[in-house]
Design a protein around this ligand. Structure first.
Ligand code: TXA
Ligand code: MG
Length: 353
């Protein structure tokens, strides 16, 4: 039985949070909202509870989860050391959508960290998440609360669709704010290395660190092979069941629209039932040609695209189309995260015409 508890996103009821914290303390699994996506939480110090997270998600054991904290004091038992750069970033970015990879303290259990000697840590900004961690009096290990391979959940409904019946509780505080997962920065090496782009931008990181951040092609979602660095990234992610074709030729130009239309027309011509995923600005263009259209948000504020992205990918599978053709977006700011997720979701990318 999965209990769904509605909570106010800004001022959550203490009694409800305490109830959820008791579930965590006794080794249960609680899905909770963060400002990015919903997480599936367990007591990070309870190894059997952490193992259950992987079981219910169908997630490989070597794909490490993020450890969530509510207070910098908790770092002492999780990280072996916090390099000066990590402290500086933590101070500026937390609470917020940034995850920092540092060396793991030897005594911190490695069940949730995939057996690695490093650990990914984040202090989320969502009041419900923060209160839950505080009330549980333990760090909370939490991957995104979806079945492995499905898009991350941005609503409690998404969590229930994937995990109802196999977890203990869902704290429902409505839609999450950013809609894509946190930025991950690896600070264990000589130079800061972006492992996953997210709402906290590379520019912001570079200005805090006072140095260049390495953005590999893996971080852009381009080279799966290179991604063995970040264990989770070698697995297929965010995939809808419907064949998704990404027209990956740059964003925000007429060429984007013309090329997307050209590819959609080719599939239609071959007898496929086609939907188009696009920015609000071009929704009518495709609708006029008779395509099913899922518009994601406006190019003038790409944060809206990030916010709707996973909902649209989930909706796609209920449209009854055989192919979805997707526009690309400018790889700037949050656009880097949007393109990373779209490339991972796509079964095919068209990179030139
Ligand atoms: O926004 C988020 O980050 C959400 C919310 C719930 O906090 N969490 C999330 O977790 O997206 P998950 O498990 O879906 O993604 C965690 C990513 C994986 O790709 C994993 O490989 C990477 O973090 N990761 C975790 N520990 C790592 C480590 N020590 N070194 C490198 N990558 C690590
Ligand atoms: Mg995930």
């Amino acid at each position: 039985m999965t209990e769904v508890i509605k909570v106010d996103p800004i001022a959550p009821d203490e009694a409800k949070i305490d109830g959820a914290a008791r579930v965590i303390k006794r080794g249960g699994l609680v899905a909770f909202p963060t400002e990015t996506v919903y997480g599936l939480g367990a007591d990070a110090l309870n190894e059997s509870a952490c193992r259950r997270i992987f079981e219910v998600k169908g997630r490989p054991l070597d794909n490490p989860a993020i450890t969530h904290i509510a207070d910098l004091v908790q770092l002492a038992s999780i990280a072996q050391e916090m390099p000066e750069s990590a402290l500086r970033v933590a101070e500026k970015a937390w609470p917020g959508p940034l995850t920092i990879v540092v060396k793991k303290a030897r005594a911190f259990p490695s069940t949730s960290t995939g057996g690695l000697d490093s650990v990914a840590i984040r202090m989320p900004a969502h009041p419900v998440a923060l209160r839950l961690i505080e009330a549980s009096r333990t760090p909370i290990a939490a991957p995104s609360a979806n079945l492995s391979g499905k898009p991350s959940p941005t609503t409690a409904r998404h969590v229930a669709d994937d995990l109802s019946g196999s977890i203990d509780m869902i704290l429902d505080a409505g839609e999450t704010f950013f809609g894509v997962e946190s930025t991950i920065i690896d600070l264990t090496g000589d130079e800061p290395n972006l492992l996953r782009p997210g709402p906290f931008t590379v520019k912001e990181l570079e200005s805090i660190l006072g140095t260049k951040v390495r953005v590999s092609s893996a971080a852009k979602g381009l080279a799966e092979a290179e991604a063995a660095l970040a264990p989770g990234m070698k697995y297929r992610h965010y995939a809808p069941k419907t064949k998704l074709v990404l027209v990956d030729i740059g964003g925000d130009t007429d060429t984007t629209r013309h090329s997307t239309m050209f590819v959609a027309d080719r599939y239609k011509g071959a007898g496929e039932k086609v939907a188009v995923l696009c920015a609000d600005e071009s929704a009518r263009l495709y609708a006029r040609q008779g395509y099913e259209v899922l518009s994601m948000g406006t190019r003038s504020n790409p944060y809206t695209v990030a916010k709707n992205l996973y909902s649209r990918l989930r909706e796609l599978d209920s449209l009854g189309v055989s192919v979805a053709v997707c526009e690309s977006f400018e790889e700037k700011g949050i656009g880097l995260a949007i393109m990373n997720r779209l490339r991972k979701a796509a079964s095919l990318s068209v990179i030139s015409l």
